[in-house]
Design a protein around this ligand. Structure first.
Ligand code: PEP
Ligand code: MG
Length: 756
C-alpha cells in the first residue's frame, strides 16, 4: 500500500471518530487503535507535552495502567529525544539506541523495533506518536510517511481541543522561554523594544481533513498557477533584475515553483486526505525536518527559499494574503522580514513600529533610507532570524551594538533599559542644540539641512532645528500611492511642505523612480528593459522620456511655490544636456503659466545631484548652468565601486572612508573653489559622524542628512577646528594610511571628539 493510501485509511477512520460525540480520552484511545490496526503494529502510543514533560496519553499495546502515569522529560529516552530534536526515529532495535530508557510500568520490554515521529505544532514538538513491534525490523518509508501525516492531523486536532479534555490540557505550542541573542549588521542605529511581528504573518490552518479530495486538488492547482505567475512577474520587477543575491533567490524560487517533485508531494499529501492547506504544510514540515539534518549552509539557504515559497503558496490557497501592515499593528512592534521594499515599510503605522529586523538588507537600500527617515532602528543580515522567533515574543533591538535579543532575561532587559535611557538622554542633549547655530571652533558656519520625503517628515524640521530641507525626495509620494499621483495632489504636498518650512529653504528633487524604488503602475516602463535597474531606466532618464510626468511635476512645483522661492534639483544627471532638457521643461511650464497670468515663484533656481561619476568630468561645462550641486554619495559609491547598493553581500565591503571616495570628493570640492555654485552632500555618508568629519576636512560645509543625525552632526561641528582637520586630511589623501577609518577615528579621539 502506498503512503498516501495508508494515511488515507487512517484519516478516514479518524474522521469518523472525530464526528462521534465521545469524550476526548475515548477518542484518543480510538485513535491509537486505528493507527495500530492500519499499520498492523503491536503497539501505538501517544505522548503529549504537559507541564514540561511528555506524558503517555493513550496506548494500544502497552500497559493501560501506564496512561497518565508514565512521564518523560524532553530530551529523555527515545520519546524525549524525538520531541527535543523534532526528528523521526526508526529503529530495528530500540535498546541499542544510546538514549533508550526503560520504563517498567509500561511493559514494553518485549518490543524490539520502535518508530516515533514528533507531533509538531507551530514548529515545536507538543507530543510524540510512536509504534512498536516485537520483531526487530526497520519500518518502511510508507509507514513512516503515514505516521507523519497522522501526527500532523493530530497536532491540529489537539490544537483545536478536540482530542484532549480540560483536565488533561497540554502545553500547546509553548514558545521557548530561553533568551537568544543574535548578531546582525547595523543599518539604522537606535534602540527599540516591542513584540515580534512577522511582515508575512503565519497562515492559520482551520481544517486539516479534506471533505472532497478532488476539490482540494483543484485548489492547489489554481494556487500553483497563481504562484508561478507571481514568480514570473517578479522576474520583471526591478529589484530582481539587479544581479547578485536577488537573482539567485529568484532563480531558486523559479526552480522550486516549477519543481515537479514538490507539487507531486503536495498532491500525494492531498491523496492521503488532507486539505490543500494541510498538504502544503505537511510537505513543508517534512522539508523542515530534513533541514535540521542538513549541515550544508548553502543547501540550508535554498531550503529557506523553499520555505518562503511554500508560505506564499499557503497564503494564496488560504486567501490570507495581507501583510502585518494590512492587519494593523496593535502594540509596540518589532517587524521581522527577509527583506522589505520601501513602499511596504511605509504602509506601517509609525507610532507602533519601533524597529525592524531583516535577514538581508544593506546600508543604502531605499527601505533603509526610509526607515532612517522614519526614525526606526534597523538591524539587517541576521541569518534565518525568523526561525528563532515566534510572533508575540518580546524583542529588544540594539542597532547601536548590532544585536537583537529574543525573549530577554530580566537581567538583559534591565541592561537594555539602562542603555535606552542613556541614549534618550543623549538625544535630549542633541535636541538642546536645536536653536544653536553650528559653527566650527574656528568660526565656519556649517549648513546642516535634513532630507525628507513625506508630509510627516516636515515636523522634524522644527524638532531638530535643521537649516532647511536639502533633499526632498518627491518619489516617496509616488511610492506610497497605488496610482500615479495627480498633479493637484502633488501640488498640495509641495505647498504644505513649503508652508511648514516657514521660509527655510527646501530643495525639491524631481522623481527618482526605478532602481529599488519601483512603482507598480510604471513597472512596465521600467522593468521590461532593465537588466540592471540601478544603472538603467530610472530618475531623470525616465522623466525625460515620459515628458508628461515631468511636465505635471514641474507645474505642481511651480504652482506650489507661487510667490516664493522654488529650488529644483534633478537626479541622476549624467551629462549636461540632460540638465538642460529638464530645465527647459520647467521653463516652458513657467512660460505657459506666465501667459495665463498665473502667479509664479518669486525666484526659481536649478541644481542637480552629482551621483553619476561622469558628471564630475564635465563640471566646467555644467557649472555655469546651475545654482547648486548636491553630491549623492549613495549612488556615487555604488557607481564608483561598481557595487550594487542594495546587494546585502556587498553591504560591508566598501568603506565611505576609503581613499578612492575621499579623493574623488576632494577633487570635486577643489574644482568648486571660486565658483558661486553651492556644493553639498545629501547621501547617507554625511549623516555619520566620522564620515562628516572627513568631508569637512575636504572642504564640504553643506550637508543634508537624515533628521536623526542633525543633532549629532551639529554637536560634532562645534568641536571641530577646520584648519587642523584640513591639514590632516590633505596629508592622508596623499599618503593613505592602511586603515583610513581607524586613523580618522584616532584623530577624532585625540581631539576630544566622541565617535560612537
Ligand atoms: C544618493 O544617491 O546619495 C541620494 C541622496 O539619492 P537616493 O538615495 O534617493 O538615490
Ligand atoms: Mg541617488
Amino acid at each position: 500500500m502506498s503512503a498516501a493510501a495508508s494515511a488515507r485509511q487512517i484519516l478516514t477512520q479518524l474522521h469518523e471518530v472525530m464526528a462521534g460525540r465521545h469524550h476526548a480520552q475515548h477518542k484518543l484511545d480510538r485513535v491509537v487503535d486505528i493507527i495500530a490496526d492500519s499499520l498492523t503494529s503491536e503497539v501505538c502510543s501517544i505522548y503529549l507535552l504537559r507541564d514540561g514533560e511528555l506524558e503517555l496519553y493513550a496506548t494500544h499495546g502497552l500497559n493501560p495502567d501506564a496512561v497518565h502515569v508514565t512521564r518523560m522529560g524532553v530530551g529523555e529516552g527515545l520519546t524525549g529525544t524525538i520531541a527535543k530534536n523534532i526528528e523521526t526515529l526508526n529503529l530495528a532495535e530500540a535498546k541499542a539506541h544510546p538514549d533508550f530508557l526503560y520504563r517498567p510500568e509500561t511493559g514494553e520490554d518485549k518490543f524490539h523495533s520502535f518508530a516515533g515521529v514528533p507531533i509538531v505544532y507551530r514548529e515545536r514538538a507538543v507530543g510524540v506518536l510512536c509504534v512498536q513491534h516485537v520483531e526487530p525490523r526497520r519500518y518502511e518509508d510508507v509507514e513512516i510517511e503515514a505516521l507523519q501525516t497522522t501526527a500532523m492531523v493530530l497536532s491540529e486536532l489537539i490544537a483545536h481541543k478536540e482530542l484532549v479534555d480540560d483536565e488533561n490540557t497540554i502545553d500547546l505550542g509553548e514558545a521557548p522561554t530561553e533568551c537568544d541573542v543574535l548578531e546582525g549588521l547595523t543599518l539604522v542605529k537606535g534602540l527599540a523594544a516591542g513584540q515580534a511581528v512577522f511582515h508575512q504573518p503565519r497562515v492559520e490552518i482551520d481544517q486539516v481533513m479534506a471533505e472532497d479530495v478532488e476539490a482540494e486538488r483543484q485548489r492547489v492547482y489554481r494556487a500553483f498557477d497563481k504562484m508561478r505567475d507571481q514568480i514570473d512577474a517578479m522576474g520583471r520587477e526591478p529589484e530582481f533584475g539587479k544581479g547578485g543575491e536577488h537573482v539567485e533567490v529568484l532563480e531558486t524560487y523559479k526552480m522550486f515553483a516549477y519543481d515537479e517533485g514538490w507539487s507531486r508531494r503536495i498532491n500525494e499529501a492531498i491523496d492521503s486526505g488532507l486539505t490543500a492547506e494541510a498538504a502544503i504544510e505537511r510537505v513543508q514540515q517534512r522539508t523542515r525536518m530534513r533541514m535540521r539534518e542538513i549541515d550544508d549552509p548553502l543547501l540550508a539557504d535554498r531550503m529557506h527559499d523553499l520555505e518562503d515559497l511554500s508560505n506564499r503558496l499557503l497564503r494564496i490557497v488560504s486567501g490570507q494574503l495581507g501583510t502585518a501592515a494590512t492587519q494593523g499593528l496593535r502594540r509596540d512592534s518589532i517587524l521581522f522580514a527577509r527583506n522589505l521594499g520601501p513602499a511596504e515599510l511605509l504602509e506601517y503605522d509609525r507610532r507602533r513600529l519601533k524597529g525592524v529586523v531583516l535577514e538581508e538588507g544593506s546600508l543604502t537600500a531605499h527601505v533603509v533610507i526610509v526607515a532612517r527617515a522614519m526614525g526606526v532602528p534597523v538591524l539587517g543580515r541576521v541569518p534565518r532570524v525568523r526561525s528563532h522567533v515566534s510572533e508575540g515574543d518580546e524583542v529588544l533591538v540594539d542597532a547601536d551594538l548590532g544585536t537583537v535579543t529574543l525573549r530577554p532575561s530580566q537581567q538583559l532587559r534591565e541592561a537594555f533599559d539602562a542603555r535606552f535611557a542613556r541614549s534618550k538622554e543623549r538625544a535630549a542633549a542633541y535636541a538642546e542644540l536645536r536653536d544653536v547655530e553650528p559653527f566650527t571652533r574656528d568660526g565656519t558656519r556649517i549648513i546642516v539641512m535634513m532630507n525628507a520625503g513625506l508630509r510627516d517628515d516636515i515636523s522634524a524640521l522644527q524638532l531638530t532645528g535643521a537649516d532647511g530641507i536639502g533633499l526632498f525626495r518627491t518619489e516617496f509620494q509616488f511610492l506610497v500611492s497605488s496610482t500615479l499621483p495627480a498633479r493637484e495632489r502633488q501640488m498640495r504636498l509641495y505647498r504644505d511642505v513649503l508652508d511648514s518650512a516657514d521660509g527655510k529653504p527646501v530643495i525639491f528633487r524631481t522623481v527618482d523612480i526605478g532602481g529599488d524604488k519601483a512603482v507598480p503602475y510604471l513597472a512596465n516602463d521600467i522593468a521590461e528593459k532593465d537588466e540592471n535597474p540601478a544603472m538603467g531606466w530610472r530618475a531623470l532618464r525616465l522623466s525625460l522620456e515620459r515628458e508628461g510626468l515631468l511636465k505635471a511635476q514641474a507645474r505642481a512645483l511651480l504652482e506650489a511655490a507661487a510667490g516664493r522661492q522654488l529650488s529644483v534639483m534633478f537626479p541622476m544627471v549624467s551629462e549636461p544636456w540632460e540638465f538642460d532638457a529638464a530645465k527647459t521643461i520647467f521653463e516652458e511650464q513657467a512660460d505657459f503659466m506666465r501667459d495665463r497670468r498665473r502667479v509664479l515663484p518669486e525666484t526659481i533656481e536649478y541644481g542637480c545631484m552629482l551621483e553619476v561619476p561622469s558628471l564630475a568630468e564635465v563640471l566646467d561645462v555644467l557649472l555655469p548652468k546651475l545654482s547648486f550641486i548636491s553630491v549623492g554619495t549613495n549612488d556615487l559609491t555604488q557607481f564608483l565601486f561598481a557595487a550594487d547598493r542594495a546587494n546585502p553581500k556587498l553591504a560591508e565591503r566598501y568603506d565611505w572612508l576609503s581613499p578612492a571616495i575621499l579623493r574623488f570628493m576632494a577633487r570635486l570640492a577643489k574644482q568648486m573653489v571660486g565658483s558661486s555654485v553651492r556644493i553639498g552632500v545629501c547621501g547617507e555618508m554625511g549623516g555619520r559622524r566620522l564620515e562628516a568629519l572627513a568631508l569637512m576636512g575636504l572642504g564640504y560645509t553643506r550637508f543634508s542628512i537624515t533628521p536623526a543625525a542633525v543633532g549629532p552632526i551639529k554637536e560634532l561641528v562645534r568641536k571641530v577646528s577646520l584648519p587642523e582637520l584640513t591639514q590632516q586630511m590633505q596629508h592622508w589623501l596623499l599618503r593613505p594610511p592602511p586603515d583610513m577609518r581607524a586613523a580618522i577615528a584616532a584623530w577624532a579621539q585625540n581631539n576630544g571628539i566622541e565617535i560612537d
